[in-house]
Design a protein around this ligand. Structure first.
Ligand code: NGQ
Ligand code: ZN
Length: 473
């Protein structure tokens, strides 16, 4: 093959193919060996409770085994990850808002582009886009999605003949994909802190308190093994104080409550101007926030708010990639961990659908700011990956309302995991790049992803392509 190359491009291409073939052969030959040495390492790590020899100089003498990874016949088993925040329809605009619309482009100009996309959806299109998204979530290792859903009515605000048609589309998408869903219908009443009415494009989001509570009642019939119905308040901007109290009083005691809280500085400033306190401060002073609450985008916090959220038992949903994409700001992770705060991750706008990227960039953002390394770690749990994953796993039940956990299995035969141990496999998964390593995913005992592929990947993708033709027409 190299012999017939006549141009530099051909030669380079031929070289690349030859290298790839060698790598394939090595990978193929290496299978048995890797398996064997994985096993040896696992035994070694268990008996000595020490990091691999090459790293011992820099490691504490007695590294406790805080890993939640275990080796089984199919690979490295880990708990499935809960995605604490998603707006499924926004998946359809991934990569389509990365162009200048104004020299001062911001969250607020992005929101106009997003509203234009939102206006095109109906229940069938939402079902097609959400089921594709949920397949991708499962293949990436998310086994539960908290869907923060506010596209309730027709584009002009007229309710659908079946008032919960859009919610049902999301429940159906979750069922098709086989993911657990905590559906969070959103209460959205005003266009800003000053109580201004919804704009034309926001009409389809709105409800009266009564209509909203009726929607929750209707949807609760669907609750079951893999479905929970919770409550979402869009934001303090969109929900005035009185209706907020009315809804909270009417909720069943176990209901989970999610809210967008302090994503952008202008909303913090507006809240101070109109409610006399910062958003988190106002919320914690106004209602009994506890472990049933998830605060999404608790990005802009002062020191007191960091302590108070941590003390409340609420979970913070950090949406690293969306917060980066929208230019929101960095969550004060180290201070919050020091305060003992609970947190998890969400894919939010779904411009990225991968817990690895959320967790990795959660840590990397902190490193870039602090100009230090290994921020989410401690002497007790030195592994950054374990600290991150343990945090996400610990908050999942409180945030989602599901007590059962699911299983994902990483491909122990992947070259990048050669020689992995219980003590390092999580770090190696999160900090080794972008090759998908999730081999199997089981939700409620059903294997929905096998060998990296969702059981209905093709059919659901075909329906998504048709939907995108309509959405982009
Ligand atoms: C949302 N998304 O509701 O989809 C919001 C934008 C808003 C994020 N905050 C709209 N990432 O907050 O008004
Ligand atoms: Zn959101």
């Amino acid at each position: 093959m190299a012999a017939v190359s006549t141009t530099a491009t051909d030669a380079i291409a031929a070289g690349a193919v030859a290298t790839a073939q060698v790598q394939d052969q090595q990978h193929g030959q290496g299978h048995g060996r890797e398996h064997h040495s994985d096993h040896q390492h696992a035994v070694h790590a268990q008996s000595l409770q020490q990091p691999p020899a090459g790293l011992r100089d820099n490691a504490p003498m007695h590294t406790p085994n805080t890993s939640i990874a275990t080796r089984n016949a199919r690979g490295w088993a880990l708990p499935g990850i809960a995605n604490l925040h998603s707006h499924a329809f926004q998946r359809a605009m991934a990569g389509l808002a990365e162009r200048q619309t104004d020299p001062a482009d911001s969250f607020w100009t992005w929101r106009e582009t997003m509203y234009a996309m939102a206006a095109r959806f109906d229940p069938d299109l939402l079902h097609a886009v959400a089921s594709q998204l949920y397949v991708e979530m499962l293949e990436a290792g998310y086994t539960t999605v908290c869907e923060f859903h506010y596209l309730h009515h027709g584009p002009d605000g007229t309710p659908y003949a079946q008032a919960d048609a859009m919610s049902q589309a999301l429940l159906l998408a979750a069922r098709d994909a086989g993911i657990r869903i905590t559906l969070l219908p959103v209460l959205y009443m005003t266009g800003g802190f000053d109580g201004r009415p919804l704009s034309a494009r926001q009409q389809r989001f709105g409800h009266s308190v009564d209509a909203y509570l009726r929607l929750l009642d209707t949807l609760r019939i669907s609750e079951g093994d893999t479905v929970r119905i919770g409550c979402a308040l869009h934001s303090l901007r969109a929900v005035p104080s009185d209706p907020m109290h009315e809804v909270l009083t009417a909720l069943p005691a176990a209901s989970r409550i999610h809210i967008h809280i302090a994503e952008q500085l202008p909303e913090v400033e507006e809240c101070v101007a109109l409610r006399g306190a910062r958003p988190v401060e106002w919320l914690l002073d106004s209602v009994p926030v506890d472990a049933r609450w998830t605060l999404v985008h608790a990005t802009h916090l002062d020191d007191g708010e960091v302590q108070d959220i941590a003390g409340s038992g609420a979970t913070v949903a950090i949406c690293t990639t969306t917060e980066a994409n929208l230019g929101d700001g960095l969550f004060p992770l180290r201070d919050y961990l020091d305060a003992g705060g609970r947190w998890g991750v969400g894919s939010d706008s779904n411009s990225s659908v991968d817990p690895v990227e959320e967790l990795r960039w959660l840590e990397y953002g902190q490193r870039l700011r602090a100009q230090r390394r290994n921020i989410a770690s401690s002497m007790r749990v030195p592994s950054v990956g374990s600290t991150l994953l343990n945090g996400a796993v610990a908050s999942a039940a409180d945030s989602t309302g599901f007590n059962q956990s699911d299983v994902i299995v990483l491909d122990a035969d992947a070259a990048i995991l050669a020689g992995a141990t219980e003590g390092d496999v999580i770090d190696r998964w999160i900090f080794s790049g972008n090759r998908p390593l999730v081999r199997d995913v089981e939700v409620a005992g059903v294997r929905v992803v096998e060998d990296g592929r969702h059981r209905d990947r093709e059919a659901i993708a075909a329906r998504y392509r048709e939907a995108m033709k309509v959405l982009l027409a």
